[in-house]
Every structure is written in C-alpha cells, then in structure tokens.
Design a protein around this ligand. Structure first.
Ligand SMILES: Cc1cc2nc3c(=O)[nH]c(=O)nc-3n(C[C@H](O)[C@H](O)[C@H](O)COP(=O)(O)OP(=O)(O)OC[C@H]3O[C@@H](n4cnc5c(N)ncnc54)[C@H](O)[C@@H]3O)c2cc1C
Length: 414
C-alpha cells in the first residue's frame, strides 16, 4: 500500500472526532472532489456535506476525454454518484470565488464550513492568440471531436502525454497531423532525451509529422506562428502544453499557494480545517524530500481517502510514488516516480526490436527511483511495487526480460 494508514480507527474514535465537524464543504466536483465526499461518508461522517462544482456536468472522468471519447468509441465518462444516497448537497454550476475565515464565497452566495477540502483541479496553460482548442473538459472534448475529420489539417502544440493522445485520435479520424514541440524529444518534462527519443518514431509510423525544437509563439484560428516567424496553416489548432492548478479563487485568502495549494504529507494546508487534494494540491513528499504537484489521475483517486480521514481528525500520511499512464499510437505507456529523482538508467528490452520495453532509474543502492514501461503491464506492476517498497534490485537481473522484474530483487534466488 502506498497510502500509509496508521491503524484502523475504532467506531468510537471516529464518532468522537466527527462530532466536532458539522459541515464539510468540498470545492471542485471532479474525481478528487467526488472521492472526498464518498470517503467522508465511508469513514463515518454524518454531518452536512456540500460539493461545489463550477461545471454543470455531474462528476466525470477525464482520461477518457483524450482517448475513447476523442476516438468516438465512447460518449460518456460519468463517475458513479447518487447524491441522495450519499446525502451530499451537490451544487453544480457554482463557482467558488473566494475564501475568508470559515467561509467559502461562491457566485451563488457564501458557505460557512467547519471543514473544507479544496479539489479544484487544474486548467490548461494558454498560449497567446485566439482560436485554438484546449482539452480539459467534457465540452472541450466534444468540440474537438466534431472538427477531427478526414483530410482536415491539424496542428497540435506539445508532444507531451495529452498532445500524443490527441495526435493518435486525430490521425485515426483521417486528419493530416503535425505536432510541434519546443523540446528536442517527446514528453521532455518527464523523460530525459535518451528515453524520450524512443517515443518519436511512433509519430512517423502513424503518419504524423513531429517537429521538435520549434516553439510556437502565437496561435490563430487558421494556424500557428512559430517563434522564428514561420506560419503553419491548419484547419484545427490544439494546444497541450501543460496545466496549472486552478487556485486563482484563493488569492488573498491567506492560504500558502505556490503552483498548487501547499499541503503537508497529511494533506493539511496552512489554514486550520482546510485540506487540499488532486491537481490543486502541491504536497510535501517525505519519500523524495521535495514538493510534488498532482496532475495525475491516481493522485485524485487515492489522496482523498487520507484527506477525509484527516478532515475528521485523523493523523494519516499520503506519500506514494506518483503514477501516470498514457495510451498513444497503440501503446500503453506507464510511468512512476518523479523526473527529478535522477538515478542510473537501466534498459530492459530493446526499444528498436522488442514490442515491449522499459527504462528504470536506480539509486546507487539499487532502489527503483522511477520507471517507464511500454506495453509490459506486468513488469510495470512489479516494478512499481518494488519502487513503493524501496526494495533494491540487481541491475543485471533487471535488464534481462527473461527474468521477471520481481525476481530481480538484489540477493534473491531466482
Ligand atoms: C484530457 C485529459 C486526459 C487525461 N489523461 C490522463 C491519463 O491518461 N492518466 C493520468 O494519470 N492522468 C490523466 N489526466 C489527468 C487527470 O485526469 C487529472 O489528474 C485528474 O482529473 C485530477 O482530478 P481533480 O479532481 O484533482 O481535478 P479536475 O479533474 O480538474 O476537477 C476539478 C473540478 O473543479 C472545478 N473547479 C475549478 N475551479 C473551481 C471553482 N473555483 N469553484 C468550483 N469548482 C471549480 C473544475 O471545473 C473541475 O470540474 C488527464 C487529464 C485530461 C484533461
């Protein structure tokens, strides 16, 4: 388990803690917000519970937006929520606009709280200019899907996780696709170039032009202007250059915010009774001795269980190895760890010849700091488990695909 729950609370303990909290407000009705209200009820909270969401849609999952929904193989990614049975007061289409002592201000009036969980997620970083598509919401996905037509010229800015998935979908729709990336290789924010370059051939194989080392200065409805002055014409422009936490509404609240609401490993903020989870949070990680910004689905799924416990007076910590996956060009790509962790690179399998392969980064003592695994889900599960546990592996065993990842534990008999 990556979530360290100190011990199970007795029913009496839970009740003692819960009676101090009469109204919990959760702001942000995405995965993290929904998981928070669910976890609060599962952990015995019976007081008033309000979930505030700016979008008019009930909570839904975002990963399918750039996959099945953009591909046209699904039309919905709603998350299961029955407000009546969960006894949650769901306020959709309501935006939090400010926070002052014990009160969330919204565009529909003030909400006093005893406990507050911030789960407002993130929003796309925008480029100068107009007319580009950004992909964050369900509405964005349907707007983009409607213009991905055979023969359409599509320019995608950014060859990160999202850019690659949009490129995959656009090519499958028969569009003529160019991806412009300012770094030298794809997914450069997470992968060093010697590994990122192994993803580049997938673009050409899908019939996509990948232009690396090119910065887009301005986007327009009919194309993009590169920093050098060249214009690339397009029927559709899509920008996927990263996200920033949606925390503008907290300006002036006194909360410490630095590219995310600053929280400890207990997910508590600098204000009493206020916690933050998911993409909106920047949590301190004792494991890495650094601050980690969410941005991944797994965080939004799991951190709320700890946040709910601590909102009710618990003392739990959340400090997993971060995990993200991406489905691009017919490949399942899974990454765990943090890019800044460094380490010695160990290849498992050969990206040039093997259908599945992996790159591991090991600490000098053999612990797995990060791993990238392509089309080998079992290797990923085993590697992630070893990384979580901090178990040292033997690099010579690890690089041999004939030996299972779990059998590469240093000193283990095979
Ligand atoms: C297209 C797409 C594909 C993705 N694919 C993957 C993937 O394959 N793998 C992976 O690991 N991760 C993926 N992610 C990332 C993952 O979806 C996010 O990390 C996750 O959704 C974060 O959940 P969240 O609840 O913290 O934030 P969000 O999902 O952003 O939800 C936050 C909600 O809060 C609302 N809100 C914001 N401000 C306010 C306010 N002031 N008042 C009220 N409500 C507000 C927003 O409207 C939003 O509905 C993808 C993201 C996108 C956009």
């Amino acid at each position: 388990m990556t979530t360290s729950r100190c011990r199970d609370l007795s029913v009496r303990e839970v009740l003692n803690r819960v009676q101090d909290v009469e109204r919990v407000v959760v702001v942000g009705a995405g995965l993290a917000g929904l998981r928070t209200v669910t976890a609060l009820r599962e952990q015995g909270y019976s007081g008033e519970l309000i979930l505030v969401g700016a979008e008019r849609h009930p909570p839904y999952d975002r990963p399918p937006l750039s996959k099945a929904i953009l591909l046209g193989t699904a039309d919905d990614s709603a998350l299961p929520l029955d407000p009546a049975s969960l006894k949650v007061d769901l306020r959709l289409g309501t935006r939090a606009t400010g926070l002052r002592d014990g009160v969330v201000e919204t565009d529909d009036g003030d909400l006093a709280y005893d406990g507050l969980v911030i789960a407002t997620g993130s929003e796309p970083i925008r480029l100068p200019g107009e007319g580009a598509h950004y992909l964050r919401t369900r509405d964005d996905a349907f707007a983009l899907r409607s213009v991905l037509r055979p023969g359409a010229t599509v320019v995608i800015v950014g060859a990160g996780w999202i850019g690659a998935e949009v490129a995959t979908a656009a090519a499958r729709h028969g569009a003529r696709v160019t991806v412009v990336e300012q770094a030298a290789t794809p997914v450069a924010h997470a992968l060093p170039s010697e590994v990122g370059q192994r993803l580049a051939p997938w673009y050409a194989e899908a019939g996509i032009d990948l232009l690396c080392g090119q910065r887009v200065g301005v986007v327009r409805p009919d194309g993009v202007e590169l920093a050098g002055g060249t214009t690339l014409r397009a029927d559709v422009v899509v920008v996927g250059v990263g996200v920033r936490p949606a925390t503008g509404w907290l300006d002036g609240s006194g909360l410490e915010v630095d590219r995310g609401v600053l929280v400890g490993a207990d997910l508590r903020t600098s204000l009493p009774g206020v916690l933050a989870v998911g993409d909106a949070a920047a949590r301190w990680s004792p494991r890495y001795s650094t601050r980690i910004r969410g941005e991944h689905w797994d965080d939004a799924l799991r951190a709320p269980v700890v946040a709910a416990a601590n909102a009710l007076g618990g003392a739990e910590t959340y400090d997993p190895v971060p995990y993200v996956w991406s489905e691009q060009f017919g490949h399942m790509v899974q990454y765990a760890g943090i890019p800044a962790a460094g380490g010695n690179l160990v290849w498992r399998g050969d990206p040039d010849t093997d259908s599945g392969w992996a790159a591991f980064w090991l600490a000098p003592d053999g612990r797995i700091l990060s791993l990238l695994v392509v089309d080998q889900p079992r290797d990923f599960v085993q590697g992630r488990r070893l990384a979580e546990a901090g178990t040292p592996v033997d690099p010579e065993l690890l690089r041999d695909p004939a030996i299972s990842v779990k059998a590469s534990v240093a000193g283990s008999a095979r």
